[in-house]
Write a protein that binds this ligand. Structure first.
Ligand code: NAP
Ligand code: ZN
Ligand code: ZN
Length: 425
């Protein structure tokens, strides 16, 4: 927090947490440093700063107002929610009770039934990206049932099967939000491991309930089981989005590196889109599964022949691996004008040589989840093409064990937590 970046504002008091209060007007500002200025949101119990509010001159030049909200702090304090949390980067997950906000007028309250375990949960619980906030309730593959709605909600009603993915809000004004690619919004509010400018610590889906603005809630496919649909909300969209972006379909050769949570959805989706699909896995152990899911070919990357055989073969290579790989070697499998897309997030940077790129006009790209509109499109696609995730259901008490198994690539192919098991904690 950069409270010192709003200097000399009469009546403004700084708090160590980064809140600033203008006492004489009974207004409170929350702010944080953003690339283009300072993101500000404001509330008071009887008024809020509408968009375009004239801030004092000295402050105005430093502030970019991206979004303003009314905010009722009394209501925010309510709600006891049971979940599982990590207390710090070294601790196992354990039972944890915390406050969630009550539904606001545009909010949908959701009773969480199932939550998938994404490898990103492990990265964040263990602070492998260096940005973790504790205590942390992970989980961004949330599937549940609507239990209540705010007075202004129009899209959902109690009883609906709904989902929440990796983010629960965004600024709604920037170019990315306007083009339905909120995942790249600089003001993105991710589902957990994030403290909002208002000071709310967001907590994820390893818990019994959540309230989310209806514009960030997804409708789950009626034709698929809810438990096996939960992983679509991260693993599904993370693969669907680049497959669409790089036009996977008939006549295109697509490789998926790593047959884990993300990878197995990649195989199913690329196959359903009509592409030729090849799995590049560490071994041939999961070959039969991969082929059943729709892979046309399956190769072991532990076999050096694989790289010789497949030189310049693919139009699109999607890399879901979270460990360090020799990207230069994998890039040589990409055909002229083809693309390798990084989806996995290894801890360390990997050096890239120029030759694998220039010697085939190849592209190296990255891609992160997908926007709300595309996520809904993906869910509808999965419903239509019958492509649920393959899951192993666990009670929440087994979550730490599941993490260890994921780290050993012993996952077939996504763990999903049955949230009914929380009652036993
Ligand atoms: P996962 O279920 O653990 O799958 C990763 C797969 O990578 C494993 O099943 C394994 O497949 C392969 N692998 C593991 N260690 C390897 C090694 N040392 N060398 C080669 N291959 C190895 O994980 P996930 O949930 O799919 O997530 C994968 C990565 O994507 C994570 O880093 C996660 O944070 C990231 N992610 C990114 C996005 C995004 O928006 N870009 C979204 C979600 C997750 P085989 O056994 O078949 O080799
Ligand atoms: Zn994820
Ligand atoms: Zn935005």
């Amino acid at each position: 927090m950069h409270s010192r970046t709003i200097p000399n504002w009469d009546g403004l008091r700084e708090y160590p947490s980064g809140f600033a209060q203008m006492e004489h007007r009974k207004h409170v500002l929350f702010y944080r440093q953003e690339r283009g200025g300072i993101l500000v949101s404001a509330f008071s119990t009887n008024a809020c700063f509408p968009t375009g509010t004239k801030f004092p001159k000295r402050v105005r030049s430093r502030i970019t107002i991206l979004r303003l909200d009314t905010y009722d702090c009394e209501r925010e304090k309510m709600g006891n929610t049971k979940g599982y949390a990590a207390a710090n980067a070294k601790s196992a997950l354990g039972p944890f009770t915390f406050d969630r906000r009550q539904p606001r007028e545009h909010d949908v309250a959701i009773g969480i039934k199932f939550c998938g375990i994404c490898h990103s949960d492990i990265h964040q619980v263990r602070n492998e990206w260096g940005n973790s906030v504790y205590p942390m309730v992970p989980g961004h593959e949330i599937a549940g049932i609507v239990t209540a709605i705010g007075s202004k909600v129009t899209k959902f009603k109690p009883g609906d099967k709904v989902g929440v993915g990796c983010f629960v809000d965004s600024c709604r004004h920037c170019a990315q939000c306007r083009s339905n690619e909120e995942q790249y919004c600089p003001g993105l509010v991710v589902t957990y491991n994030y403290r909002t400018p208002q000071g709310e610590l967001m907590q994820g889906g390893y818990s019994e309930k959540i309230a989310v603005d209806e514009n960030y809630v997804l409708r789950m496919p009626e034709s698929l089981p809810l438990d096996a649909s939960a992983p679509l909300l991260c693993a599904g969209i993370t693969l669907y989005s680049p497959l669409k972006h790089w036009s996977a379909g008939p006549g295109k050769k697509v490789a998926i590196i790593g047959l884990g949570g993300l990878g197995h959805m990649g195989v199913k989706l690329a196959h359903a889109m009509g592409a030729e699909v090849t799995v590049l896995s560490q071994s041939l152990k999961k070959q039969a599964d991969g082929k059943r899911m729709g892979a046309d070919q399956y190769f072991a990357t532990s076999d050096e022949d694989t790289f010789a055989k497949l030189q310049n073969y693919f139009d699109l290579v999607l890399n879901t691996v979270s460990s360090d790989l020799d990207w230069n070697k994998y890039l040589s499998l990409v055909n002229v004008d083809g693309t390798m897309v990084l989806l996995g997030v290894p801890e360390k940077p990997v050096p890239m040589g120029a030759f694998p790129l220039i010697s085939g006009r190849r592209s190296l790209a990255g891609s992160m989840i997908g926007g709300i509109r595309e996520t809904q499109e993906m869910l509808d696609f999965c419903g239509k093409h019958n492509t649920p995730a393959e899951i192993e259901m666990i009670p929440i008490q087994k979550v730490n064990e599941a993490y260890e198994r994921i780290l050993k690539s012993d996952v077939r192919y996504r763990f999903v937590i049955d949230m009914a098991s929380l009652k036993a904690s």
